[in-house]
Design a protein around this ligand. Structure first.
Ligand code: NAD
Ligand code: IPM
Ligand code: MN
Length: 352
């Protein structure tokens, strides 16, 4: 029997509430489809640990994860720890250390969900944001100067490399070729004069290797508007790290809630483990109440199964997600219902 070694990092806040739901779903599928999952839990890699010991994870944290087949993560972030400290202490080092340069974020409007966007009809909205995940606007280059003086300033450099942009574009074009054959690139080359024109040039260059893909580009501001006005027209949307971050929350909201949206942080070469996590954060405003929507984590687990070579098991999960929304009125609060995380998960397990 195939066995997969899975690292579980629940993290903080609702991360610790949605990850067990995903694990329950995974266990059912392992039994049904005949594969094993061996979990190693890293329960204390979190902001609590940081507050106690001054580090989010041990110094050899990445080495502990290196031999795993995949990582499933909840969320990171705590009101008492500055976000740039917690995220650069755990999530971002994993993405970068393991060269997870593709952040794949699908969006679907499911039957049974009322999107806040009138034009977003179920079945008609089904696209993927491919977010560059290890460089771009997220960089440690820069600094803060003249602290406390009237001329105090902060400088934050964005780093776009030919190799780094090209590889994520190739992934996105390849995905578009396998999907609906359309790609939209998010740019801002009218206002950002160095990095974005470079991005655009590389898009045109890489596109020539994928003649079957019809592509265009949109400035990020106009693109945000088109997400809302015509969400059904997109297939694959490729974006830099920051633009992709913003677009993926917007896309999730169009699908009804950011509690639904999944993400796969992929190292396509499989030289390192990939990481799967919901798009949402630790949601301190609802943490501890047991009311978080587990679908983002559950759908992320489905993406993990697909990555591990179990597409039929992955489809069982997305079918059950679609089923619980289409066939029942059980929903968590973010979707207008009253169910708890456990009740919603139980209903989904029933349909599985
Ligand atoms: P957030 O995603 O945590 O929450 C935004 C809003 O959406 C909140 O009102 C929250 O209650 C709601 N929400 C999110 N997930 C939900 C779910 N599953 N079910 C129901 N409602 C849900 O974003 P934020 O408020 O910007 O960030 C909170 C903390 O999380 C910060 O520390 C932030 O840095 C961190 N964060 C971490 C990740 C990650 O680990 N990948 C992602 C985003 C934010
Ligand atoms: C996400 C999150 C992270 C990001 C933050 C918490 C650093 O928003 O995974 O989308 O911007 O990548
Ligand atoms: Mn985000």
């Amino acid at each position: 029997m195939t066995n997969h070694r899975i690292a579980l990092i629940p993290g903080d806040g609702i991360g610790t509430e949605v990850l067990p739901a995903a694990q329950q779903v995974l266990d059912v599928l392992g039994r049904r489809h005949g594969f094993g999952l061996t979990y190693t839990s890293y329960d204390d890699w979190s902001c609590e640990r940081y507050l106690r010991e001054g580090a989010m994870m041990p110094a050899d944290g990445l080495d502990q994860l290196r031999d795993k087949d995949a990582i499933l993560l909840g969320a990171v972030g705590h009101p008492e720890v500055p976000d740039h400290v917690s995220l650069w202490g755990l999530l971002i080092p994993i993405r970068r250390g393991f060269r997870q340069y593709v952040n794949l974020r699908p969006i679907r409007v499911f039957e049974g969900i009322e999107s806040p966007v009138r034009t977003a009809r179920a079945g008609a909205v089904d696209f993927v944001v491919v977010r560059e995940n290890v460089e771009g606007e997220y960089s440690q280059v820069g600094g803060r100067f003249n602290s406390g003086f009237p001329d105090e300033l902060a400088v934050q450099e964005a780093v776009f490399t030919r190799a780094g942009v090209s590889r994520v574009l190739d992934y996105a074009f390849g995905l578009a070729a396998r999907r609906g054959g359309r790609l939209t690139s998010a740019t801002k080359s009218n206002g950002i004069v160095h990095t974005m024109p470079f991005w655009d040039e590389l898009v045109a260059e890489r596109a020539s290797g994928f003649p079957q893909v019809a592509w265009d580009q949109e400035h990020i501001d106009a693109l945000a508007a088109k997400f809302v006005l015509e969400p059904g027209r997109f297939d694959v949307v490729v974006a830099s790290n920051l633009f992709g971050d913003i677009l993926s929350d917007l896309a999730a909201a169009i699908a009804g809630s950011i509690g639904i949206a999944p993400a796969a942080n992929l190292n396509p070469e499989r030289a390192y483990p990939s990481m799967f996590e919901p798009v949402h954060g630790s949601a301190p405003d609802i943490a501890g109440q047991g009311v978080a929507n587990p679908l983002g984590a559950i759908w992320s687990a489905a993406m993990m199964l697909d990555h591990l070579g179990h597409p039929a098991a992955a489809k069982d999960v997305t079918d059950a997600v679609a089923g619980v929304l289409a066939k029942t009125d059980v929903r968590t609060r973010d979707l207008g219902g009253t169910a708890t995380t456990a009740e919603f998960t139980d209903k989904l397990l029933e349909l599985l």
